[in-house]
Design a protein around this ligand. Structure first.
Ligand code: HEM
Length: 180
Protein backbone atom coordinates (compact mmCIF):
# COMPACT_ATOMS: atom_id res chain seq x y z
CA UNK A 1 0.00 0.00 0.00
CA UNK A 2 1.30 3.44 -0.80
CA UNK A 3 1.25 6.22 1.77
CA UNK A 4 -0.35 9.36 0.27
CA UNK A 5 2.12 11.56 2.16
CA UNK A 6 5.19 9.85 0.80
CA UNK A 7 3.87 8.58 -2.55
CA UNK A 8 5.66 10.13 -5.51
CA UNK A 9 3.68 13.02 -6.93
CA UNK A 10 3.77 13.35 -10.75
CA UNK A 11 4.65 17.04 -10.64
CA UNK A 12 7.70 16.41 -8.43
CA UNK A 13 10.81 15.03 -10.09
CA UNK A 14 12.22 12.02 -8.21
CA UNK A 15 15.55 12.60 -6.54
CA UNK A 16 18.56 10.60 -7.72
CA UNK A 17 18.37 7.04 -6.44
CA UNK A 18 14.81 7.47 -5.17
CA UNK A 19 12.59 4.46 -5.80
CA UNK A 20 9.35 5.36 -7.57
CA UNK A 21 6.20 3.27 -7.21
CA UNK A 22 5.05 2.83 -10.84
CA UNK A 23 1.37 2.93 -9.76
CA UNK A 24 1.65 6.18 -7.80
CA UNK A 25 3.73 7.68 -10.63
CA UNK A 26 0.79 7.42 -13.05
CA UNK A 27 -0.45 10.93 -13.99
CA UNK A 28 -4.03 10.20 -12.89
CA UNK A 29 -3.03 8.63 -9.54
CA UNK A 30 -4.02 11.71 -7.53
CA UNK A 31 -7.25 12.36 -9.46
CA UNK A 32 -9.65 10.68 -7.06
CA UNK A 33 -12.54 13.18 -7.08
CA UNK A 34 -15.96 11.61 -6.82
CA UNK A 35 -17.79 11.59 -10.18
CA UNK A 36 -20.96 9.83 -9.05
CA UNK A 37 -22.21 12.83 -7.14
CA UNK A 38 -25.00 15.39 -6.92
CA UNK A 39 -23.61 18.95 -6.83
CA UNK A 40 -20.29 17.56 -5.60
CA UNK A 41 -21.85 15.36 -2.88
CA UNK A 42 -20.90 11.69 -3.47
CA UNK A 43 -23.98 9.49 -3.84
CA UNK A 44 -22.20 6.47 -2.32
CA UNK A 45 -21.42 8.37 0.88
CA UNK A 46 -25.08 9.44 1.10
CA UNK A 47 -26.44 5.93 0.50
CA UNK A 48 -24.22 3.91 2.86
CA UNK A 49 -25.97 5.31 5.94
CA UNK A 50 -29.09 3.28 5.12
CA UNK A 51 -27.63 -0.28 5.07
CA UNK A 52 -25.49 0.59 8.10
CA UNK A 53 -28.50 1.80 10.12
CA UNK A 54 -30.84 -0.98 8.96
CA UNK A 55 -28.28 -3.68 9.79
CA UNK A 56 -27.86 -2.38 13.33
CA UNK A 57 -31.67 -2.04 13.71
CA UNK A 58 -32.17 -5.64 12.52
CA UNK A 59 -29.75 -6.88 15.16
CA UNK A 60 -31.58 -4.79 17.76
CA UNK A 61 -34.96 -6.23 16.70
CA UNK A 62 -33.55 -9.78 16.98
CA UNK A 63 -32.31 -9.09 20.50
CA UNK A 64 -35.70 -7.64 21.50
CA UNK A 65 -37.45 -10.73 20.06
CA UNK A 66 -35.11 -12.99 22.06
CA UNK A 67 -35.84 -10.92 25.16
CA UNK A 68 -39.64 -10.49 24.82
CA UNK A 69 -40.81 -13.28 22.48
CA UNK A 70 -43.05 -10.70 20.78
CA UNK A 71 -43.53 -11.61 17.08
CA UNK A 72 -43.60 -7.90 16.23
CA UNK A 73 -39.80 -7.80 16.60
CA UNK A 74 -39.34 -10.80 14.30
CA UNK A 75 -41.43 -9.07 11.61
CA UNK A 76 -39.46 -5.85 12.16
CA UNK A 77 -36.23 -7.81 11.66
CA UNK A 78 -37.62 -9.30 8.42
CA UNK A 79 -38.28 -5.80 7.04
CA UNK A 80 -35.06 -4.41 8.47
CA UNK A 81 -32.91 -7.14 6.92
CA UNK A 82 -34.64 -6.68 3.55
CA UNK A 83 -34.07 -2.93 3.56
CA UNK A 84 -30.46 -3.43 4.69
CA UNK A 85 -29.85 -5.73 1.72
CA UNK A 86 -31.65 -3.61 -0.91
CA UNK A 87 -30.07 -0.32 0.20
CA UNK A 88 -26.74 -2.15 0.50
CA UNK A 89 -27.02 -3.23 -3.15
CA UNK A 90 -27.90 0.36 -4.17
CA UNK A 91 -24.89 1.68 -2.22
CA UNK A 92 -22.70 -1.05 -3.71
CA UNK A 93 -23.77 -0.17 -7.27
CA UNK A 94 -22.94 3.53 -6.78
CA UNK A 95 -19.57 2.59 -5.24
CA UNK A 96 -18.80 0.16 -8.06
CA UNK A 97 -19.53 2.76 -10.76
CA UNK A 98 -17.22 5.17 -8.90
CA UNK A 99 -14.54 2.48 -8.65
CA UNK A 100 -14.69 1.59 -12.34
CA UNK A 101 -15.02 5.11 -13.79
CA UNK A 102 -12.55 7.14 -11.71
CA UNK A 103 -9.05 6.12 -12.74
CA UNK A 104 -7.34 7.40 -9.59
CA UNK A 105 -9.71 5.24 -7.52
CA UNK A 106 -9.46 2.23 -9.83
CA UNK A 107 -5.64 1.98 -9.70
CA UNK A 108 -5.50 1.85 -5.89
CA UNK A 109 -5.38 -1.51 -4.14
CA UNK A 110 -7.23 -0.05 -1.13
CA UNK A 111 -10.32 0.60 -3.28
CA UNK A 112 -10.43 -3.05 -4.37
CA UNK A 113 -9.96 -4.22 -0.77
CA UNK A 114 -13.06 -2.19 0.14
CA UNK A 115 -14.93 -3.71 -2.80
CA UNK A 116 -14.11 -7.29 -1.69
CA UNK A 117 -15.11 -6.66 1.94
CA UNK A 118 -18.32 -4.92 0.79
CA UNK A 119 -19.34 -7.79 -1.51
CA UNK A 120 -18.85 -10.23 1.39
CA UNK A 121 -21.08 -7.96 3.49
CA UNK A 122 -23.77 -7.88 0.77
CA UNK A 123 -23.72 -11.71 0.66
CA UNK A 124 -24.30 -11.85 4.42
CA UNK A 125 -27.09 -9.23 4.20
CA UNK A 126 -28.76 -11.23 1.40
CA UNK A 127 -28.49 -14.47 3.37
CA UNK A 128 -29.92 -12.79 6.49
CA UNK A 129 -32.97 -11.56 4.56
CA UNK A 130 -33.48 -14.74 2.50
CA UNK A 131 -33.30 -16.91 5.63
CA UNK A 132 -36.26 -15.01 7.13
CA UNK A 133 -38.53 -15.09 4.07
CA UNK A 134 -39.77 -18.62 4.87
CA UNK A 135 -40.99 -17.61 8.32
CA UNK A 136 -39.95 -14.51 10.25
CA UNK A 137 -40.55 -15.88 13.77
CA UNK A 138 -38.89 -19.30 13.38
CA UNK A 139 -35.89 -17.74 11.62
CA UNK A 140 -34.63 -15.60 14.49
CA UNK A 141 -33.30 -18.07 17.06
CA UNK A 142 -30.53 -18.88 16.75
CA UNK A 143 -29.47 -18.48 13.11
CA UNK A 144 -31.15 -15.14 12.33
CA UNK A 145 -29.63 -13.56 15.42
CA UNK A 146 -26.19 -14.97 14.60
CA UNK A 147 -26.43 -13.76 10.99
CA UNK A 148 -27.39 -10.30 12.27
CA UNK A 149 -24.40 -10.28 14.60
CA UNK A 150 -22.09 -11.27 11.73
CA UNK A 151 -23.69 -8.57 9.54
CA UNK A 152 -23.08 -5.90 12.20
CA UNK A 153 -19.42 -6.96 12.49
CA UNK A 154 -18.94 -6.86 8.70
CA UNK A 155 -20.79 -3.55 8.41
CA UNK A 156 -18.42 -2.05 10.97
CA UNK A 157 -15.44 -3.46 9.05
CA UNK A 158 -16.74 -2.22 5.66
CA UNK A 159 -17.73 1.21 6.98
CA UNK A 160 -14.45 1.66 8.82
CA UNK A 161 -12.52 0.75 5.68
CA UNK A 162 -14.69 3.06 3.54
CA UNK A 163 -13.94 5.89 5.96
CA UNK A 164 -10.24 5.06 5.66
CA UNK A 165 -10.50 5.50 1.87
CA UNK A 166 -11.94 8.98 2.34
CA UNK A 167 -10.05 10.29 5.37
CA UNK A 168 -6.71 8.55 4.89
CA UNK A 169 -6.35 8.34 1.11
CA UNK A 170 -8.65 11.26 0.13
CA UNK A 171 -10.54 8.97 -2.26
CA UNK A 172 -13.90 10.27 -3.47
CA UNK A 173 -13.40 13.79 -2.10
CA UNK A 174 -13.51 17.03 -4.09
CA UNK A 175 -10.11 18.67 -4.55
CA UNK A 176 -11.69 21.94 -5.69
CA UNK A 177 -14.33 22.15 -2.96
CA UNK A 178 -16.95 24.88 -3.41
CA UNK A 179 -14.95 26.47 -6.25
CA UNK A 180 -16.03 23.64 -8.56
C1 HEM B 1 -19.92 -3.16 -3.30
C2 HEM B 1 -19.13 -2.29 -3.75
C3 HEM B 1 -18.60 -1.02 -3.11
C4 HEM B 1 -17.66 -0.26 -3.69
C5 HEM B 1 -16.98 -0.51 -5.03
C6 HEM B 1 -17.39 0.86 -2.81
C7 HEM B 1 -16.47 1.88 -3.08
C8 HEM B 1 -16.26 2.98 -2.29
C9 HEM B 1 -15.49 4.14 -2.65
C10 HEM B 1 -14.80 4.32 -4.01
C11 HEM B 1 -15.49 4.99 -1.60
C12 HEM B 1 -14.79 6.37 -1.52
C13 HEM B 1 -15.86 7.48 -1.51
C14 HEM B 1 -16.58 7.65 -2.81
O1 HEM B 1 -15.95 7.57 -3.86
O2 HEM B 1 -17.81 7.82 -2.77
C15 HEM B 1 -16.27 4.38 -0.55
C16 HEM B 1 -16.52 4.96 0.69
C17 HEM B 1 -17.29 4.38 1.67
N1 HEM B 1 -17.95 3.17 1.60
FE1 HEM B 1 -18.05 1.95 -0.02
N2 HEM B 1 -18.16 0.73 -1.68
C18 HEM B 1 -18.93 -0.40 -1.81
C19 HEM B 1 -19.88 -0.84 -0.91
C20 HEM B 1 -20.08 -0.31 0.36
C21 HEM B 1 -21.08 -0.78 1.30
C22 HEM B 1 -22.07 -1.93 1.06
C23 HEM B 1 -20.97 -0.01 2.41
C24 HEM B 1 -21.83 -0.09 3.63
C25 HEM B 1 -21.53 -0.57 4.73
C26 HEM B 1 -19.87 0.94 2.18
C27 HEM B 1 -19.41 1.88 3.10
C28 HEM B 1 -18.60 2.96 2.79
C29 HEM B 1 -18.35 4.08 3.69
C30 HEM B 1 -18.90 4.28 5.11
C31 HEM B 1 -17.54 4.98 2.98
C32 HEM B 1 -16.99 6.33 3.49
C33 HEM B 1 -17.97 7.42 3.06
C34 HEM B 1 -17.60 8.79 3.58
O3 HEM B 1 -17.28 8.92 4.75
O4 HEM B 1 -17.63 9.77 2.79
N3 HEM B 1 -19.38 0.73 0.93
N4 HEM B 1 -16.74 3.15 -0.99
Amino acid sequence: MSDPDTAHKPDMAPEAGELVDPISAKPHFHRTDSRIAIAGHPIHAMLVSFPIAMTVCTFGADVFFWWTGDAFWARAALWGSGMAFLFGVAAGLSGTVELLFVRGIRVRAESWTHFVIAVMLLSILGANWGWRLQGAVQAVLPHGLLLSLLAVAFTAFTGWHGGKLVFHYQIGVSSTGSER
